[in-house]
Design a protein around this ligand. Structure first.
Ligand SMILES: O=C[C@H](O)[C@H](O)COP(=O)(O)O
Ligand SMILES: C=C(OP(=O)(O)O)C(=O)O
Length: 480
């Protein structure tokens, strides 16, 4: 195998481009707070080779028309508030990595149609669905390693560099920041045109690249009066990824100043203290719908880790939205060498997520999926029966494996059935209240509440107690 050496790797790393925002449209006090936020360490930023070009790109982004508007973002905030109160459900999905090449009518309408079909299935439970695409801005990818198997700098999404495995393509190019904005604007424009047939589709992406996000901040005053709010106009909903959620980092500090609803991806290493700190930092005024936790634990960990986090937040009284991303904790390499995910693992993580919320009397607020309407072969299993030997046929993702059309519909039927079962009707509301009362009683020394509830349902949460049974962390079905 040829190992390429990227020409710039021999040079000292370029000086970081200052991230401060000097946009005078933002009130001075907020600008100062943003500057302080940006002075914190920011993980996963590209080593742009040319600082002048980055400044030029930022100036263009600062002058460009916004992709989303404050009024749309406020509408989403209200919808997510309903989710936080248990009265609606979030369906968030789309490509792992959008590409400029696939920013086409066919691709976008395919995703929107699929999300629409899935939303319809979910709304048969009686709960309104808040549909949020990973669309119109999902161009940046955090990576586990800086170089790939060929020794080339990794692909970091079309907003940074190209996929081709050659050194010139992998060089970060600041002009791509501007191209990303123009692709996102076009996608958003088309989504607005589709609105009459598909209802509201809000857009979201990982707020990873601060050089993209900061120039697009704009201030707006609520119509009912009150102080100016700062909006990220690159999307409606932005999330902080598992790799950039450092509590002392720039991503959390910047997100804390935004009026947009924000999400935090939380993996299996997340502690109860951390989730409470995210809630205190990102939503100090406890506005329902402002903060979403996107749990991406993996099938093996979700039953062990998630209950403690949900309990802590429930006890803190923070009105968060809980969403399950069953994709990112279930990635593995197939025998044939493809990065893949097994439908059974994805489904199992969703089931445990619902079970945890059922036991704790909290609302399983949504799912976050990497999917495409195309008939790709990237994830294994489900009714389309994709096997390892099939992966090569249509493995087209730019980064992580997505559910294809059939797999997405298979999964949403499972989610709808779980949601139908979890929906609080009059009886289950009383039951939830009883459970909460029991839980208070169980805080006295003795069995933890969730273990008692688990026994009631034939489901065990937490580590198995049998000698030699260590290592299994997920909820386990036990013989009834
Ligand atoms: O989508 C998520 C991450 O960007 C992706 O899983 C990272 O992939 P890697 O571990 O191959 O770098
Ligand atoms: C990178 C992603 O996820 P995570 O941060 O959870 O790994 C993603 O959703 O694209």
């Amino acid at each position: 195998m040829i190992r390429h050496t990227w020409p710039d790797t021999a040079l000292p790393p370029p000086a970081p481009v200052p991230l401060s925002t000097s946009d005078e449209r933002i009130p001075l006090q907020l600008r100062r707070e943003l500057d302080a936020a940006c002075a914190r360490p920011a993980a996963q930023q590209p080593a742009w080779p040319d600082a002048t070009a980055v400044h030029a790109a930022r100036a263009l982004l600062g002058a460009a028309p916004p992709i989303t508007s404050p009024s749309e973002v406020r509408l989403l905030r209200r919808r997510l508030a309903a989710v936080a109160h248990g009265r609606a459900f979030v369906l968030q999905g789309g490509d792992c990595a959008e590409t400029f090449e696939e920013n086409t009518e066919e691709h976008i309408s395919g995703t929107v149609r699929l999300l629409g079909d899935m939303a319809e299935e979910l709304s048969s439970t009686g709960l309104p669905v808040v549909t949020i695409g990973r669309v119109a801005g999902q161009y940046a990818k955090p990576r586990s390693k800086p170089v790939d198997v060929l020794g080339l700098p990794v692909y970091r999404g079309d907003i940074v560099n190209g996929q081709d495995p050659v050194p010139s393509a992998r060089r970060p190019d600041p002009d791509r920041l501007v191209r990303a904005h123009s692709h996102a604007s076009r996608a958003m424009n088309y989504l607005r045109a589709l609105r009459p047939v598909t209802g509201d589709v809000f857009v979201s992406h990982e707020a990873l690249l601060l050089d993209y996000e900061l120039p697009q901040l704009r201030a707006d005053h609520p119509s009912e009066g009150g102080p100016a709010e700062v909006f990220a106009t690159s999307g409606h909903f932005l999330w902080i990824g598992e790799r950039t959620r450092q509590l002392d980092g720039a991503h959390v500090a910047v997100a804390a100043l935004l009026a947009n609803p924000v999400g935090v991806k939380i993996g299996p290493g997340t502690t109860a203290e951390e989730v409470e700190q995210y809630a205190d930092r990102l939503n100090p005024r406890r506005v329902p719908g402002k903060l979403t936790f996107i749990s991406r634990m993996g099938r093996e960990n979700v039953g062990e880790v998630l209950p403690g986090l949900v309990e802590r937040i429930r006890e803190s009284g923070h009105p968060v939205v809980w969403v399950c991303d069953p994709m990112h904790g279930n990635t593995h390499e197939s025998e044939s060498g493809y990065k893949t995910r097994d439908y059974d693992d994805i489904r199992a993580e969703v089931e445990v997520f619902f079970e945890v919320h059922r036991q704790l009397g909290t609302h399983p607020g949504g799912v976050h999926l990497e999917l495409t309407a195309s008939d790709v072969t990237e994830c294994l299993g489900a009714s389309s029966g994709v096997a390892d030997a099939d992966l090569a046929a249509r493995y087209e993702t730019a980064c992580d494996p997505r559910l294809n059309h059939r797999q997405s519909l298979d999964l949403v039927r499972v989610v709808a059935a779980l949601l139908g079962g979890a929906r609080p009707g009059p009886r289950t509301v009383r039951e939830a209240a009883r459970r909460r009362a029991r839980s208070a009683a169980d805080r006295q020394p003795g069995r933890p509440a969730r273990h008692r509830a688990a026994q009631d349902r034939g489901v065990r949460v937490g580590r198995p107690r049998q000698p030699g049974g260590g290592g299994l962390g997920q909820c386990q079905r036990v013989a009834a």
